[in-house]
Design a protein. Structure first.
Length: 277
């Protein structure tokens, strides 16, 4: 789709700066210019949401605002609130970049950095969570819950603002994903559509939701309930109901989930702090 030779030519013409942040943003803009060459009917759309923006945070806020706006709260105000949340926590820009890079590394259908930004609601849902989480920890809980609710209504992904999610996460397809209040998720975790990381309904206070360790993969329509651990590089097969902790490198499947094999090969080595494109 996006010709590599043409992409390199455009990147050269943009006089790329050598910071990671600028490299990623310039790569996205170069890809979008090629998309415009391919599909001129979307020129105004891409110009408004990507090429006219000053950086990746502004672009993410613009795209989210265009989707989350309501009759009572317009696009410009939502963008302003999102940017305010993004800029309140210096870690967010790095986490969003790590998410983009992990999508591109992990999803075989994702060939370009601009693809998740423009077209993947899992990436946008994560970005919205990152804004709502920043608001939550700054005691702006009503606005945090507003963004959680709008993301659930519009994107079909429901992440509680208090959940703790590292950078470098992929939520693929995303429809029906639910992540509870006390859930923690480490980097390099892949989550697919219909996954629930929930409580058992009989807890009161404290840690009630799962902890997902680095490199784990949770496949479609799986449900993981309670304060349990999914170990490093573990796999939860599609449609499983997990009620007990899963060991490192272990694969579980079924209702209730049981071990089907162990010692999974690690995911391809990738550092979420790696800036390689």
């Amino acid at each position: 789709m996006v010709n590599g030779e043409r992409l390199n030519h455009i990147l050269g013409s943009l006089k790329i700066l050598h910071s990671v942040k600028q490299m990623i943003w310039d790569q996205i803009k170069a890809e979008v210019l090629l998309r415009i060459e391919e599909e001129k009917s979307l020129k105004d759309y891409f110009q408004l949401l990507i090429l006219s923006q000053v950086d990746i945070l502004s672009s993410v806020a613009s795209i989210l605002a265009s989707k989350l706006q309501t009759d009572a709260l317009k696009t410009s105000k939502i963008k302003e609130l999102l940017l305010e949340a993004f800029q309140s926590n210096t870690k967010i820009i790095k986490e969003i970049e790590q998410d983009l890079l992990f999508f591109k590394n992990e999803d075989p259908a994702c060939h370009h950095l601009s693809t998740p930004l423009l077209f993947y609601k899992g990436f946008l849902g994560l970005a919205c969570y990152r804004a709502s989480h920043a608001l939550w920890i700054n005691n702006r809980k009503t606005l945090a819950l507003f963004f959680q609710n709008r993301a659930s209504e519009v994107l079909g992904i429901d992440i509680h603002p208090a959940a703790k999610i590292a950078g470098g996460i992929m939520i693929d397809h995303a429809t029906g994903v639910v992540i509870g209040e006390t859930c923690t998720i480490e980097s390099k975790v892949s989550i697919f559509q219909g996954v629930t990381l929930g409580g058992k309904g009989n807890e009161s206070g404290g840690k009630r939701h799962p902890s997902i360790l680095e490199g784990a993969s949770i496949f479609a329509s799986s449900t993981i309930l309670g304060d349990i651990l999914v170990g490093k590089n573990a796999v939860v097969a599609a449609g499983s109901l997990v009620l007990k902790s899963v060991q490192e490198n272990e694969t579980v499947a079924g209702i209730p989930a049981r071990r089907v094999r162990g010692l999974r090969q690690n995911k391809a080595e990738w550092d979420p702090g790696d800036s390689s494109l």
